[in-house]
Design a protein around this ligand. Structure first.
Ligand SMILES: Cc1cc2nc3c(=O)[nH]c(=O)nc-3n(C[C@H](O)[C@H](O)[C@H](O)COP(=O)(O)OP(=O)(O)OC[C@H]3O[C@@H](n4cnc5c(N)ncnc54)[C@H](O)[C@@H]3O)c2cc1C
Ligand code: SF4
Length: 504
C-alpha cells in the first residue's frame, strides 16, 4: 500500500460532508482511512471518540452522512455505515488502551436521567466517565435501551451488541435502575439530585380514529413490537394487516411474517413514492413476502368470527398537504372489506409528558428544550432525544445526549468538555492515498442469511461485509477532508438535510 506522506496533515484538514452531516460529528474519513488499511480496531476507536454505541449504530443508523457524500457525484455514495459496522465487527477494543486517561475524578455531584434510550444512555456515559458525576438512570421497562431494546427487531439488531455497549456505559459511575418509572421530578430533586435529564422518548401511539379500533385484535404496532422484543408470546394468527407506510410498519410486517403470518399486507393511504419508510426497509419487507396495498385506508373495523373485518376505502391523491406530499382523499363509493386475524396500527408515535413535571411543551407535545443546550423551561432540568424532537432516529438522540451532558456539566460548574482521545495519534491514514479514484466496486456485497430462512428465524438478516470487501469499499472514499483547493472553506458547504425515522 503506497501513501504520499503529508506534513502534520491533521492540522490542515477540512470538515468533510460526511462528518458535517453526522449529527454526532464522527470523523468519518479518518475511520474509513483505517479500514482501507485493514486497521479495524483503530477505526472502531475513532468512532468511539464520538459515540458510545459504535456497533449499535453500525447496525441500525439511518446514516444521514451518506446522501451528501461527494463520491456520489462520480457514481454512488460510499457505504459509510457498512464500514462503521465492519469497524465494530472486526475491532478488538484497542480503544481500551487509552480508556483510563479520560476517566474524570469524582465531582460528588449527582445527576438523574429519566429514560434509558440512546439519548439518556449517551448522556449518562459522558456525565459519568468523562465528567465525573454520579449518574442514576431510571427506566420504566424491565430492560434498558429504549426503542433499541423494545422497538428495533432482533433480526436487525442482535441484542448482544446492545448489551455489550450498555455494559461499557455502566462501568463508570452510572447506575441503571430498571422497572423504575418516575412520576414526580420534585421527589428526585428532594433526593439530592443536582440536575435531571428527561430522555423519555416519544412512545405514545397515535390512534386510528376509526370505529372498532378498541377491539382486542387491533393492536398498535409499537406495543406489538415491544411485546415480541421482550419475549412475550403474541398470537397474531395468519392474516395480518399493518396500517401505515413508515419504518415501524415495515418492522411490524417483517416481525409478523416471522411469527407465522402467512398473509401479511401493508395498507398505505398514499403511493410507494410517498412512503416515509426507507427504500431498503421496503425492499427487505418485499423480499420476505410482505404484500403492499397502496392508496387504501381503513374506514372501520368489526369483529368477524375469531378475527376481524377491516372496512377500507380506496384513496386518490389530491392537493399537497403541509408535509408537501399530495393529500390522500377517499374515492366515493369505493368501500371494500378484507378479513384479517390481526390489525396492527403504525401511523406514528408521539411524546407524552406528564403535566405534573411542569416543563413547557411545544404544540406537538414534545418538551421545549434549547436546541444547543437542551435546557427546559425549569432550571436544572434538561431534555434530549425524541422527547424533545419528536420521533427521529438513534444518531440524533445520541447527539442530543452529547449536548445535554456538556450543558449539564456547565450547569454544575464544569467546562463541559466531553472530548475523548481513544484512537492512536494520527498517522498514515491521514495521508492522501495514491491509488484513489480507481478502487472499489459499488455496492459492496452485504452477506445475508438465505431468503427462505428469513421468515422462520429472528436471526440477523444482514451479516455485514467481509474484511476484504470493507477494505475495497473504503478505497472508494475520495478523502474530502484532505482536499486543499483554494476557495473551499474549512467545512464543505451543505446541500442536504438529515433523515428522520418517519413513521406514518
Ligand atoms: C420500531 C422502531 C424501529 C426503529 N428503528 C430505528 C432504526 O433502525 N434506526 C434509527 O436510527 N432509529 C430507529 N428508530 C427510532 C429510534 O429508536 C428512536 O429515535 C430513539 O430510540 C430515540 O431515543 P431516545 O433516547 O430519545 O428515547 P427512547 O429510545 O424512546 O427511550 C425512552 C425510554 O424512556 C423510558 N421512559 C419513558 N418514560 C419514563 C418514565 N416516566 N420513567 C422512567 N423511564 C421512562 C422508556 O421506557 C424508554 O425506555 C426506531 C423506532 C421504532 C419505534
Ligand atoms: S468521499 Fe469520503 S470523505 Fe468524502 S463525503 Fe464521502 S465518505 Fe466522506
Amino acid at each position: 500500500m503506497v501513501h504520499a506522506k503529508a506534513e502534520k496533515p491533521q492540522q490542515r484538514r477540512l470538515i468533510a460532508p460526511c462528518t458535517r452531516d453526522c449529527p454526532a460529528g464522527i470523523d468519518v474519513p479518518r475511520y474509513i482511512g483505517y479500514v482501507a488499511q485493514g486497521k479495524f480496531a483503530e477505526a472502531e476507536a475513532v468512532v468511539r471518540e464520538r459515540i458510545p454505541f459504535p456497533a449499535v449504530c453500525g447496525h441500525v443508523c439511518y446514516h444521514p452522512c451518506e446522501p451528501g457524500c461527494r463520491r456520489s457525484q462520480m457514481d454512488a455514495p460510499v457505504s459509510i455505515n457498512a464500514l462503521k459496522r465492519a469497524a465494530a465487527d472486526y475491532g478488538f477494543e484497542l480503544w481500551r488502551q487509552r480508556w483510563e486517561e479520560t476517566i474524570a475524578p469524582d465531582t460528588g455531584r449527582r445527576v438523574a436521567i429519566v429514560g434509558s434510550g440512546p439519548g439518556g444512555l449517551t448522556a449518562a456515559y459522558y456525565l459519568g466517565k468523562r465528567l465525573g458525576h454520579n449518574v442514576t438512570v431510571f427506566e420504566a421497562l424491565p430492560e434498558p435501551g429504549g426503542q433499541l431494546r423494545v422497538g428495533v427487531p432482533h433480526f436487525r439488531l442482535p441484542r448482544k451488541h446492545l448489551d455489550a455497549e450498555i455494559s461499557v456505559i455502566a462501568e463508570t459511575r452510572v447506575q441503571i435502575r430498571t422497572e423504575s418509572r418516575i412520576e414526580d421530578l420534585d421527589e428526585l430533586l428532594n433526593q439530592g439530585y443536582d440536575a435531571i435529564l428527561l430522555a423519555v422518548g416519544a412512545m405514545h401511539p397515535r390512534k386510528l380514529g376509526a370505529p372498532g379500533e378498541e377491539l382486542p385484535r387491533v393492536m398498535d404496532c409499537a406495543s406489538f413490537l415491544q411485546a415480541v422484543n421482550l419475549g412475550q408470546k403474541v398470537n397474531i394468527g395468519q392474516r395480518v394487516a399493518v396500517v401505515g407506510g413508515g419504518n415501524v410498519a415495515m418492522d411490524g410486517a417483517r416481525t409478523a411474517r416471522r411469527l407465522g403470518g402467512s398473509e401479511v399486507r401493508v395498507l398505505y393511504r398514499r403511493t410507494r413514492q410517498e412512503m416515509p419508510a426507507y427504500a431498503f426497509e421496503v425492499k427487505s419487507a418485499e423480499e420476505e413476502g410482505v404484500i403492499f396495498d397502496f392508496l387504501v385506508a381503513p374506514r372501520a373495523v368489526a369483529s368477524q368470527g375469531k378475527g376481524l373485518q377491516a372496512q377500507l376505502f380506496r384513496m386518490e391523491l389530491g392537493q399537497p398537504d403541509e408535509s408537501g406530499r399530495r393529500r390522500p382523499v377517499p374515492v366515493p363509493n369505493s368501500d371494500f372489506n378484507i378479513a384479517v386475524d390481526t390489525l396492527l396500527v403504525a401511523i406514528g408515535l408521539e411524546a407524552s409528558v406528564p403535566s405534573q413535571w411542569n416543563v413547557a411543551l411545544k404544540p406537538d407535545g414534545t418538551i421545549k428544550a434549547d436546541p444547543k443546550t437542551q435546557e427546559t423551561s425549569r432550571p436544572g432540568i434538561f431534555a434530549c432525544g425524541d422527547a424533545a424532537t419528536g420521533p427521529v432516529n438513534v444518531i440524533e438522540a445520541i447527539a442530543g445526549g452529547r449536548r445535554a451532558a456538556e450543558a449539564i456539566d456547565r450547569y454544575l460548574g464544569g467546562d463541559g468538555d466531553i472530548s475523548e482521545t481513544l484512537a492512536p495519534e494520527p498517522g498514515d491514514e491521514m495521508a492522501y492515498p495514491s491509488y484513489l479514484l480507481n478502487a472499489g466496486t459499488w455496492p459492496p456485497h452485504q452477506h445475508e442469511i438465505p431468503r427462505d430462512r428469513r421468515t422462520s428465524t429472528f436471526d440477523e438478516v444482514e451479516q455485514g461485509l467481509t474484511k476484504e470487501d470493507a477494505g475495497h469499499e473504503a478505497l472508494r472514499c475520495i478523502r474530502c477532508d484532505l482536499w486543499r483547493i483554494q476557495g473551499i472553506p474549512s467545512v464543505w458547504p451543505r446541500k442536504q438535510a438529515g433523515n428522520s425515522a418517519g413513521s406514518e
